[in-house]
Design a protein around this ligand. Structure first.
Ligand SMILES: Cc1ncc(COP(=O)(O)O)c(C=O)c1O
Length: 367
């Protein structure tokens, strides 16, 4: 094994099932609890009959639909096998051995994997209260920096930096450093975000990355995309797999874009229940729990490091109730649990389980 591959900590996915009991709530992977638009399901069913044919290697119709929806040039769009592939393409096209790639300490786990996979060196920048510290990122830039990955909103913290801060970060980067702005959760950010499309229009070193896995509920179809100026798109096309988005995924994504009412239902539900869940966690504040303000479709809950109410103990209690959330010890966040916003019943079940755990552990009734 190559030494840089040996240095990779394998990605640990969120739990999807339990060996010994039924799952009550599946809140570990920031999925859409309502599933895809019925029109997307119909489009996938229709596309199944073409399964003996390779997919359109250029995702032409999907890029045209994206271009029309976002008001951008389809020729400057690249589609990927999930946005995961796009992140790997960015690392592979713009960095290699001897180069550095920056990401924040509590960022998306794939950035480190994508960096090491191509033999580049990850430069991990401390954040401030779970939020990207733009000054710290800029201070970490060297003449070897080739890529900066930033998820905004960030996963697993849910934090966001303002459009002005995103632009300040970009303005401080050398022009030969590619700024990859990963906006997987952009639609949940209530207008606070800079999704990168404007920046990519203005600057030749910006890759704006989006996904159909979250708002559009198409995680299983693996459809991501990026928008950037021609030279960057050309470089990423050279190294992508030729038939990287399945026919069903391309058809589903086109139908999903056309059904904005379905997307809006998910968005509105997510904002409503995210606020509700944050309130439920705030009510457990006396026991030391804190909901980190979130701009995404999940809430990060911070627990005391010791005492009766730790994240590890809460995780055990949630699992005993059949509730799957993301215990973040695997990401060096042993005091944190991330709870995706599910259906009303799932979200209520998670809050009730957490409350029952806290009350039992502290021997007091919560507020
Ligand atoms: C910040 C961020 N970027 C990218 C992805 C990858 O999503 P996908 O490959 O499903 O498009 C995720 C998935 O959780 C994410 O949280």
């Amino acid at each position: 094994m190559k030494p840089w591959v040996a240095g990779i900590d394998p990605y640990v996915p969120g739990k999807a099932r339990l060996a010994d009991r039924p799952v009550v709530a599946r809140l570990a992977s920031n999925e859409n609890p309502f599933g895809p638009s019925p029109h997307a399901i119909a489009a996938m069913q229709a596309a199944l009959t073409d399964s003996h044919r390779y997919p359109d290697p250029a995702s032409t119709a999907l890029r045209e639909a994206l271009g029309a929806h976002h008001g951008i040039d389809p020729a400057r769009i690249i589609c990927g096998t999930g946005s995961d592939e796009i992140l790997h393409l960015a690392a592979g096209a713009f960095a290699g051995p001897g180069d550095e790639i920056i990401h924040v300490r509590h960022g998306f786990a794939v950035y480190d994997i994508a960096t090491r996979r191509v033999g580049a060196t990850p430069v991990v920048v401390p954040d401030r209260d779970w939020t990207c510290d733009v000054d710290a990122v800029l201070a970490a830039v060297t003449e070897r920096t080739r890529v900066v990955f930033l998820a905004n909103p960030n996963n697993p913290t849910g934090t966001i930096i303002s459009a002005a801060e995103v632009r300040r970060l970009h303005a401080g980067l050398p022009t030969d450093c590619v700024f990859v702005l990963d906006a997987a959760y952009a639609e949940f950010a209530e207008g606070l975000y800079e999704d990168g499309i404007g920046l990519a229009n203005e600057h030749a070193n910006v890759v704006a990355v989006r996904t159909f896995s979250k708002l559009y509920g198409l995680a299983a179809q693996r459809i991501g995309w990026a928008y950037a100026q021609g030279a960057l798109i050309d470089a990423m096309h050279r190294i992508r797999a030729p038939f990287n988005v399945p026919t069903t995924g391309q058809a589903a994504a086109i139908a999903a874009i056309a059904d904005q009412a379905w997307a809006e239902k998910t968005r509105a539900h997510t904002l409503q229940w995210r606020a509700w869940l944050a309130g439920e966690i705030a009510a457990l504040g006396n026991a030391g729990l804190r909901a980190v303000p979130s701009a995404a479709n999940f809430v990060l809950v911070e627990f005391p490091a010791d005492g009766p109410v730790t994240a590890a103990a809460a995780n055990t209690a949630l699992l005993a109730d059949g509730i799957l959330t993301r215990y973040l010890a695997v990401q060096n966040m042993p005091n944190c649990i991330r709870i995706s916003i599910g259906t009303e019943a799932e979200t209520r079940a998670a809050a009730a389980s957490l409350r029952a755990f806290v009350e039992a552990a502290t021997g007091t009734k919560a507020a």
